[in-house]
Design a protein around this ligand. Structure first.
Ligand SMILES: [Zn+2]
Length: 193
């Protein structure tokens, strides 16, 4: 893998193209949650120019084996092609994705969409943002305390904390199914990870 310093050296003349790619990619939403973009979810990591001058779009899968990743790659390729931007999609596994990478704005959108956003697990965020690139993701995961000890998952509809998990696997593996005992509505909870 190229060092970041080397990448920056070749990136400069292509800054305009990269900026355009970011703009284009800003419109790409998650295939399963169409109200949030890949950037807001922290899936879209970087747009850089490889040594051969081709743009590289770096994405990090959410949960390992997330079935949506194939779809995400296709969506990214399609939007870049439509804009006439030649690009490769690079999947980067380390540092491992964490729900802490989801932006505040996206958390609000999730809630409005009826999905309880994940709570924060600051330790794993620190590990992710400290640039532990190169560390095997398994190690990172062992180093981080297992999240999921969120005291309550407030209902995204009425805000009540009186909720219960009815299934650990909701509509997708990334989500758990909850039911609000106040308004009795079922809802998805994006599991902290
Ligand atoms: Zn409720």
């Amino acid at each position: 893998m190229d060092s970041p310093a080397g990448l920056h050296a070749v990136a400069a003349p292509h800054a305009g193209l990269q900026a355009r790619a970011w703009q284009v990619l800003e419109a790409v939403t998650d295939p399963e949650i169409p109200v949030v973009t890949l950037r807001e979810l922290g899936i879209l990591r970087d747009v850089r120019t490889a040594a051969d001058g081709v743009l590289e779009v770096v994405i990090t899968p959410t949960y390992s084996g997330c079935p949506a990743m194939g779809q995400i790659e296709d969506d990214v390729r399609a939007v870049m092609q439509r804009e006439g931007l030649e690009a490769r999609v690079v999947t980067q596994l380390a540092p491992a994705w964490t729900t802490d990478w989801i932006t505040e704005a996206a958390r609000e959108k999730l809630r409005a969409y009826g999905i309880a956003p994940p709570g924060r697990c600051s330790t794993s965020a620190a590990a992710g943002l400290a640039g532990s690139a190169g560390a095997p993701s398994a190690l990172l995961r062992f180093a981080s305390p297992r999240p999921g000890q969120q005291a309550t998952v407030p209902c995204p509809r009425c805000g009540s904390g009186n909720t219960t998990e009815t299934s650990h696997f909701g509509s997708t593996a990334c989500k758990a199914l909850y039911r609000c005992l106040n308004c009795m509505e079922p809802f998805d909870h994006f599991k902290p990870y």
